[in-house]
Design a protein around this ligand. Structure first.
Ligand code: BYC
Ligand code: FE
Ligand code: FE
Length: 471
């Protein structure tokens, strides 16, 4: 399963044996490079960055570190090794062999899932495009670029599937991935969160904590797919995803730590005058990014999701861990909705229609872990305040709560009350202005911004003040 680096497109899918496919991907490659130049990280393209590059899919192989210029990063196509005699794990065809080709009847749905997944990857790179200029340290700058090149590789992963399995319309979809752009009024990215701005580093850490974590859950659900190439692709992507979430979890943790230090040092809850970020500002950023990421799970009750589950296209996260028949045909699950009268209603409904809700519930539990860790950091510094996740109905644009206004505590309120309190719940103009005012370049080894604590350790046993990026 080693990857052939002598090829233009490193891969472990025997690309050289499929000339047609190889030519198609080689034709797409310069379009990707153009997109990277125009929409990827602004500046730094000739800097040498201490990056991890996948050189194999095995335990050790994807942890190869070296200084490389980003345009020379080897974006490749890597799938996890096939599992012998793998069987479909859920849905109507549970127990039958998995598919190596796309069944005609599921072609449209599978293409759509792959396109939606693929669209998010370059979107995030576009969102983070300007952050390099204001990195809080070279360590953080390197992490930003590591995340960016890997999201680029995730796009390659989906484009490979489109080219290899979906013929002409797959190639058209692959081109369209580079034509939609985050926040573009005429041609936006497909999902809401990927059209939001990531204007500062606090937003970046929140995004990699909350939004990359949606990636973890969606990829986990797609890893269960009966379409084996998709399953194997997602399995390998998930390995890289873990690091993106680490960047977010540790990033927010370091900001919280610095804020708490300043609070204790100056005996005040207002650390803004000392160049820190107040805890209530951090809470508002949490509220915003959590809510916008919850929207990425679609409606709690979804016919799309039921169909995907029945067909074996998209399962639940870690399907085998569920103690049921994995068919869910005559099962019910609890569904909580918010009626037009503003009252919560709990019903029992067919379980297949509620798999989005199930996935989202698992995601929320996972999010909670990081919040607990951040709170331990605060407490460790002697600060009693606690961060919390807002109610799942707070500030939602998709699903049963979208038609209502809820407080972070989960109370249904009027539009007028919402407008009156909005600025105490979501990042307000003053928060954004203050956070932006703290952003500035820290582009020398060992230099670190005042609003964030240094990392606990460096990358790959290198010291914290290593020259992670050579400008
Ligand atoms: N924004 O039945 P519904 C990642 C649409 S993140 C806009 O409620 P469904 C990453 C929906 O398309 C992981 N539109 O939901 C992270 C549908 O449209 P149609 C990304 C939305 O289909 C960080 C209609 O509303 N991967 O990898 O069950 C950095 C009704 O849909 C939204 C995936 O999402 C929204 N938020 O579920 C880099 C996996 N939500 O059919 C990368 C693939 C819903 O009426 N995608 N709609 O035209 C899916 O599995 C599903 O499409 C969704 C939606 C979970 C997104
Ligand atoms: Fe990704
Ligand atoms: Fe990611």
């Amino acid at each position: 399963m080693t990857i052939d680096y002598s090829e233009r497109i490193p891969n472990n899918v025997n690309l050289s044996e499929d000339r047609r496919l190889q030519r198609a991907l080689e034709a797409w490659q310069p379009r990707f490079t153009n997109w990277w130049d125009e929409m990827g990280p602004a500046g730094f393209q000739s800097s040498e960055v201490y990056l991890r590059t996948a050189v194999d899919v095995g335990q050790e192989g994807w942890a190869h570190f070296d200084h490389v210029r980003m345009p020379e990063y080897r974006w490749g196509v890597f799938l996890s090794p096939p599992e012998p005699d793998r069987r479909i794990g859920f849905g109507d065809q549970k127990g039958q062999p998995v598919w190596q080709e796309v069944p005609g009847e599921f072609r449209t749905d599978l293409r759509r899932l792959i396109v939606v997944q693929g669209d998010t990857e370059p979107a995030s790179v576009e969102q983070q495009r300007l952050l390099g200029k204001t990195a809080p340290s070279l360590y953080d700058l390197r992490n930003l670029f590591q995340v960016n090149v890997e999201e680029g590789r995730h796009l390659w992963a989906m484009v490979y599937l489109l080219h290899r399995y979906f013929g002409r319309d797959g190639r058209e979809e692959a081109d369209a991935m580079l034509e939609r752009h985050s926040g573009d009024a005429d041609s936006p990215r497909i999902l809401g969160a990927f059209n939001e701005a990531t204007p500062d580093w606090l937003s970046f850490y929140m995004f990699t904590y909350f939004t990359d974590r949606d990636g973890k859950y969606q990829l986990g659900a797609l890893r269960e797919s009966a379409f084996d190439p998709l399953s194997r692709t997602c399995d390998f992507m998930l390995k890289e995803e873990a690091y993106h979430m680490f960047v977010g979890a540790s990033g927010v943790g370091r900001v919280a730590q610095r804020s708490a230090q300043l609070m204790v040092e100056h005996d005040t809850s207002d650390v803004a005058p000392y160049g820190g970020i107040n805890l209530d500002t951090l809470q508002r950023y949490i509220n915003f990014h959590f809510a916008v990421s919850l929207d990425l799970f679609g409606s709690e009750r979804s016919i799309n999701a039921a169909n995907y589950y029945a067909a074996g296209l998209k399962g639940r996260f870690d399907e085998t861990s569920f103690d049921d028949d994995h068919v869910l045909l005559d099962r019910e699950a609890e569904y909580q909705s918010l009626g037009s009268d503003g009252r919560f209603v709990t019903e029992r409904l067919p379980a297949r229609g509620l798999v989005n809700q199930e996935l989202r519930t698992d995601y929320v539990e996972d999010c909670q872990k990081g919040v607990r860790r951040w709170n331990r950091i605060l407490n460790g510094q002697g600060v009693e305040l606690q961060f919390t996740l807002p109610h799942i109905g707070f500030n939602r644009a998709v699903g049963t709560y979208a038609a209502h206004r809820l407080t972070p505590g989960g109370a249904v309120i009027t539009e007028a009350d919402w407008q009156a309190s909005r600025d105490s719940w979501l990042p307000n103009e003053a928060d954004r202005a203050h956070v932006l005012s703290l952003m500035g370049p820290h582009h020398e080894p060992g230099l670190i911004a005042n609003w964030i604590a240094p990392p606990a350790q460096g990358i790959n046993t290198k010291p914290i003040d290593y020259d992670y990026v050579r400008l």
